[in-house]
Ligand binder design. Structure first.
Ligand SMILES: [Cu+2]
Length: 366
């Protein structure tokens, strides 16, 4: 407020100042140093140095111990604030005034994909015992702490492959200039990615084939996910393959993910730095990693085939099925990809490149 000081005598000025800010002059508020909370970010967890802090100023120091960029967001009770993007090895701080309650602490990178992969935790902010301190912040009064977050509800999806079926054969990745810089973030895995950019299973070299694939998947939180489904297809060379998916796999999978199981609603691949950049940037309705019994011409090949399945944004154009976009994330989610590779230490399959990669181009999930 600006006072019309010319018209007021000196005594009036002092009186007006006192009237404008009585709390500051009459009852000084003890200023408290912010409570410090350290947050360690990595793929795919956030570890906090404290699970509970007193209400008031809270200073978060987020350190990225991972190998791709992350950030820290604090959300709840009307607060929604985030740090800038934090490069690997760097830190950022965020100081907020927090009221009592439960706050969600997560990484907002990748349209919440990092959060879905596990970069999410909670912080409890408890009412300060000192009533004078509490009242100066116009609190309605101490509230019971929010209950612990409930276990996520189980989510089912049934996916049926449809439309043209194509086999993807070894060949160069069509967007090497886009994928190259992302691949550099992958450290020791970069050599394998470079080889796959030259002649991997992410090419425009495709053959129309026939086959069917349907599965049901359950997302119920990491190790309790489940899947069951069968894929049967005849590859370009005339071999008849059958893969029976009956359990998820939760071990590390190649190229950065540190994740298995079933996950719905992920924005990843391509430019995101999440999983291989040799699939364009996409949204997936469901992505899963499973183990399969694999048969070729009715003979068992292995009980331990490694399977990656996605129902994802359409990446290939009609006609020649070439990859049509580096960022396909706005395309309709109707492409079903089935990728089968031998487990570590097992021999390559009797197929071009030693792997099986089949797409159903017009599929649906419900
Ligand atoms: Cu992140």
């Amino acid at each position: 407020m600006r006072l019309p000081s010319i018209t007021l005598p000196l005594g009036g000025l002092v009186a007006a100042a006192l009237a404008a800010a009585p709390a500051r002059n009459v009852q000084p508020v003890p200023r408290r140093a912010p409570a410090d909370v350290g947050a360690t970010l990595s793929e795919w967890t956030i570890r906090l140095s404290a699970t509970s802090v007193p209400a008031g100023p809270v200073s978060f120091t987020a350190t990225n111990n991972g190998s791709i960029p992350h950030a820290l967001e604090v959300e709840g009770n009307g607060i929604e604030q985030e740090t800038p993007l934090i490069q690997p090895g760097a830190s950022a701080t965020l100081t907020l005034m927090l009221k009592p309650g439960s706050y969600e602490i997560y990484c907002p990178v990748g349209r919440d994909s990092h959060k879905k992969l596990g970069m999410e935790t909670h912080l409890k902010v408890v009412a300060v015992a000192d009533p004078a301190s509490a009242s100066t912040r116009a609190e309605p009064g101490p509230r019971a702490p929010a209950p612990e977050p409930a276990e996520p509800a189980a989510k089912w999806i049934r996916v049926t492959g449809g439309g043209p079926v194509i086999q993807i054969l070894p060949g160069p990745f069509p967007f090497p200039d886009s994928a190259g810089p992302v691949a550099q973030q992958f450290g020791a895995e970069r050599d394998a990615l470079d080889a796959q950019i030259r002649s991997g299973p992410y090419s425009n070299n495709v053959a129309p084939i026939s086959g069917r694939f349907s599965f049901r998947a359950l997302e119920r939180g990491s190790i309790r996910d489940s899947v069951n489904g069968v894929a049967e297809f005849t590859t370009q060379d005339g071999a008849r393959w059958k893969a029976v998916l009956d359990r998820v796999q939760t071990k590390d999978v190649p190229h950065h993910p540190r994740f298995g199981g079933v996950i719905m609603g992920l924005y990843y691949h391509g430019m995101t730095g999440v999983h291989t950049p040799l699939v364009p940037t996409i949204n997936s309705a469901v992505a899963l990693w499973s183990v399969a019994h694999l048969y070729r011409n009715e003979a068992l090949v292995t009980d331990n085939a490694q399977v990656h399945v996605m129902l994802l944004s359409h990446t290939r154009r009609d006609g020649d099925y070439a990859l049509e976009c580096w960022d396909c994330s706005r395309n309709k989610v109707d492409e079903l990809q089935l990728q089968i590779t031998p487990a570590a230490g097992e021999p390559p399959f009797d197929a071009p490149g030693g792997f099986l990669f089949v797409n159903w181009e017009r599929s649906r999930g419900r």
